[in-house]
Write a protein that binds this ligand. Structure first.
Ligand SMILES: C=CC1=C(C)c2cc3[nH]c(cc4nc(cc5[nH]c(cc1n2)c(C)c5CCC(=O)O)C(CCC(=O)O)=C4C)c(C)c3C=C
Ligand SMILES: [Fe+2]
Ligand SMILES: [Fe+2]
Length: 365
């Protein structure tokens, strides 16, 4: 494992800074089987993601999954790849740049913003190291998952802790644990839906699809399911749309075990068979469009709904670079930076004066 020495950890005598680290899930470097393999290997080797005995999982992962899934997933990635790269990475980088601008306009240029991917690049250790090199002694980590799950949020926390195992002089660390009920986030989602309805009219059903997790994790106390339902309820209340025309479903099932139900695609097929003609789908659990929204929902699920008798399917995009969302993210970040923003900022002059004072005291003794 990489070690982040030699010391000194921080540049003494230069102003201490505050850092914000945005983290998203991660994505392959290219839409090819070759690039998918190391990405999937890192992702699916995380014990937070697959919670079955290691020895058994090692055999399944290396013997079956890594021989079959990379090519299949690569073809899906290829269908949504952007000129600038993987959608998840492109949007996360843009969000970080925008947050940097919004936040520093609001705080007087006091905060360094970096971004990282939990799996793949840029890695969390590299981004934290970068913030340390910029002399950030206080770092707020913001996993870009509105709802907390052991498999996502906790895994980011693990990785931050793991990488600091190798440092001596540690920064202060804060986390945004989840923001499933944040008023700005909820309002931005509701507004994105309303804007779609102004253009296209209201649907017969509004379906809110969240990424699934194994059902077992709910039984073991993972709050993810409840947080998804809370987000859905708040978005529904804010839209003032009849409750009986709103559905909450879970997508992206992986493996044979039971996951959170109802499943997105079978629900859409059932609706179509029952005669529902138009559905709109939003994915409030993703703040950036990615494979799971652009391919699984906007392509695969759309096709399933239409071939089972539906006639109109609108996928409403994620928040991505929306102004109201970046404003909400700025507020959320400022709120968690909290008293760190109130402390007087060191300047080279104030530090030089403090050092001189210490030398003077030493000389007197
Ligand atoms: C939004 C939260 C997410 C949760 C919770 C989550 C759980 C979870 N995911 C897998 C397996 C896979 N997920 C994959 C892609 C993927 N997952 C999320 C988010 C959550 N996952 C995102 C944003 C993405 C898209 C990444 C991108 O590059 O666009 C994949 C990889 C693609 C594929 O081969 O299908 C896998 C695998 C598990 C097992 C799990 C919970 C236990
Ligand atoms: Fe996933
Ligand atoms: Fe998927």
């Amino acid at each position: 494992m990489a070690r982040y020495w030699p010391e000194p950890d921080y540049k003494h005598g230069t102003p201490a800074r505050k850092g914000v680290l945005l983290v998203n899930l991660g994505t392959p470097e290219a839409p090819t089987a070759q690039a998918l393999r190391p990405y999937l290997k890192q992702f699916l080797s995380d014990p937070r993601v697959v919670e079955i005995p290691r020895a058994l999982w090692w055999i399944i992962l290396n013997g079956i999954i890594l021989n079959t899934r990379p090519a299949k997933s690569a073809a899906k990635y290829a269908s949504v790849w952007m000129d600038a790269g993987s959608p998840l990475k492109v949007h996360t980088e843009r969000q970080a740049k925008l947050l940097d601008g919004y936040l520093n306009a609001a705080t007087g240029g006091d905060v360094e913003v970096a971004w990282a991917m939990r799996y793949g690049a840029p890695s969390i250790p590299d981004a934290l190291q970068e913030l340390r090199a910029r002399n950030c002694t206080r770092i707020l980590v913001v996993p870009l998952y509105p709802q907390f799950a052991g498999s996502t949020t906790a895994s980011v926390m693990d990785e931050v802790a793991r990488c600091m195992l190798h440092w001596r002089n540690l920064p202060e660390i804060r986390y945004v644990r989840s923001f499933q009920d944040d008023p700005g986030y909820i309002a931005a989602i509701a507004q994105s839906v309303r804007e779609n309805w102004v253009k296209h009219g209201e649907p017969d059903r509004l379906l809110m699809s969240f990424h699934g997790v194994p059902r077992r994790t709910l039984d073991l106390g993972d709050p993810y399911h409840c947080e998804c339902h809370k987000t859905a309820r708040l978005v529904a209340e804010s839209l003032d749309f009849p409750a009986e025309r709103i559905l909450v479903t879970f997508q992206s099932r992986f493996g044979k075990a039971e996951w959170l139900k109802p499943y997105t695609q079978p629900t859409l097929e059932k609706l179509a068979r029952e005669g529902v003609k138009r559905v709109d789908v939003i994915c409030p659990g993703f703040v950036s469009d990615c494979l799971e929204t652009l391919e699984e929902i906007a392509i695969e699920c759309k096709e399933a709904f239409l071939t089972h008798g539906g006639s109109t399917f609108h996928y409403i995009p994620c928040l991505n670079e929306r102004h109201d969302w970046i404003t909400a993210l700025t507020d959320l970040t400022r709120c968690h930076l909290g008293n760190w923003l109130d402390t007087t900022t060191d300047t080279p002059e104030s530090l030089a004066a403090a050092r001189q004072h210490a030398l003077d005291l030493g000389a007197k003794q």
